[in-house]
Design a protein. Structure first.
Length: 128
């Protein structure tokens, strides 16, 4: 459900979610051959993922998309909150600041994403 995370700790909380239930991924786009990035956070709770999406939009100015999937041999849905390249960069810059505590593998991926070629500067999903 929703959590009462104080504003000053939200990015640290979010970094913990990304470290534990998140995925920072890159790939080469097949048509333009540019590097693409995405940030995904997974949850078994639809109510939580909707709350998280609204808080990220409110506090970091990034709009995400929520997807759901019922995996084979499973009874419950998995909910995915997904952010594209510019939104991912914005979120990761805020969460993985210098000397932030986190998983080394995720810190390295976050830094690669933040430093990646952008190719464009405007996004329909980033408001700040």
């Amino acid at each position: 459900k929703s959590l009462g995370i104080p504003k000053e700790f939200f990015t640290d909380f979010l970094r913990g979610l990304i470290d534990g239930d998140g995925c920072i991924r890159s790939w080469i786009h097949p048509t333009n051959l540019h590097e693409q990035w995405s940030l995904r956070i997974f949850s078994g709770s639809q109510e939580f993922i909707i709350w998280l999406c609204s808080k990220i939009e409110e506090r970091l100015g990034c709009r995400g998309q929520i997807h759901s999937a019922l995996r084979p041999q499973r009874k419950n849905y998995i909910y995915t909150l997904k952010y594209g390249k510019i939104a991912a960069i914005t979120i990761l810059q805020n969460c993985y600041y210098p000397d932030a505590f986190g998983m080394e593998r995720k810190i390295n991926l976050a830094q690669e994403c933040v430093n990646s070629y952008r190719g464009w500067t405007k996004s329909k999903t980033v408001f700040n």
